[in-house]
Design a protein around this ligand. Sequence first.
Ligand code: NAD
Ligand code: MG
Length: 368
Amino acid sequence: MTARMYYDNDIDPAALEGQLVAIIGYGSQGHAHALNLRDSGLDVVVGLAEGSKSRDLAEAAQLRVASVAEAVADADVVMLLVPDTAQKGVYEKDIEPNLRPGQLLMFAHGFNIRFARIRPPASVDVGMVAPKGPGHLLRSVYSAGGGVPALFAIEQDASGSARDRVLAYARGLGSTRAGVLETTFKEETETDLFGEQALLCGGVSALIKAAFETLVEAGYQPELAYFETMHELKLIVDLMYRGGLNFMRFSVSDTAEFGDYVSGPRVAEGVKATMKDVLTDIQSGAFADRWIAVQEAGGGEFRELRQRDRDHQIEKVGADLRAQMPFLDPVVVHAGEAQATVGGASSAEAGDAGAATATQPSTSRTAG
Ligand code: NAD
Ligand code: MG
């Protein structure tokens, strides 16, 4: 079965004609949604907390800025683009009290709906457009005439126009230039969490560290171990990105290819059973409960885990080696910095310029 893709010509932009879209938050995704929709001819207001550092940036981009409560009260469509961990608080304080029947409440990731952190009234539409790329690219690719593909979903259709409006929103973002694919909040949330945990962020990081440690503990030079593991991984992944595993195997030596077949499965033995456990914890809500409990307890465990990996030997060796390779555009993240610069002014600035810089690590986030 081939999934149905939706492109520009499949969509009637009139579904959002005369409607006001409130973008809540002006970070990685928020600035890109607001600017792309505006440039596509939609009527946009940005809703920000009082005293938000993003206000000046949004106003400098000629966007109308209001408080979250005002933006929601005025709008027909409300897209919630504050961090997932902050959404419940913002929703309960400033969104829910101002919602009207027939409004469309939107998300760019399903976490808070899937795990019932947010329970919108039955009288509103609930939809999602989840771009498959980081915010700064969503903006720069659009500005260059392209689009970042996206998933869309309808959770509630009270008005009868949810689907048309969600698709028109995806068109305004530029995503239907690349193609959008229908999903559900459940599927998007569970697969997104699984991908980032089992493979993209968690699995790959664990494999890199294990390979690096194995070499260093056996007495090999840490610098060599760094090149052999983290550095070279990028070159291999680029081959897969262009032509799949076949192109990677076509490009490497026969010795490497044979070793791939005989040793890869040994390294990955038991991995699928573990991945199934990880997936079960996501589906049951056990992971979400744990993550929410960590935050409600003040985030101490999260900060400890973060610090432990920041101090890993591969991070120290790697930073020194990358500093000698300016063509990589190396980035140094200091303890606490990622947290302080996630979202906010710096990422929106870098986002609009379309390039991550050394002091703006949050802009290169792609998972989530
Ligand atoms: P972000 O971290 O860039 O922050 C967004 C904005 O929220 C910023 O303007 C920030 O100032 C504001 N904010 C932070 N804490 C707040 C609080 N407590 N109360 C009110 N406002 C607060 O967020 P993001 O990465 O753009 O994520 C927004 C949504 O988009 C999330 O649902 C996320 O899962 C989804 N998403 C993100 C990406 C990505 O590349 N970053 C990709 C796809 C989907
Ligand atoms: Mg993801």
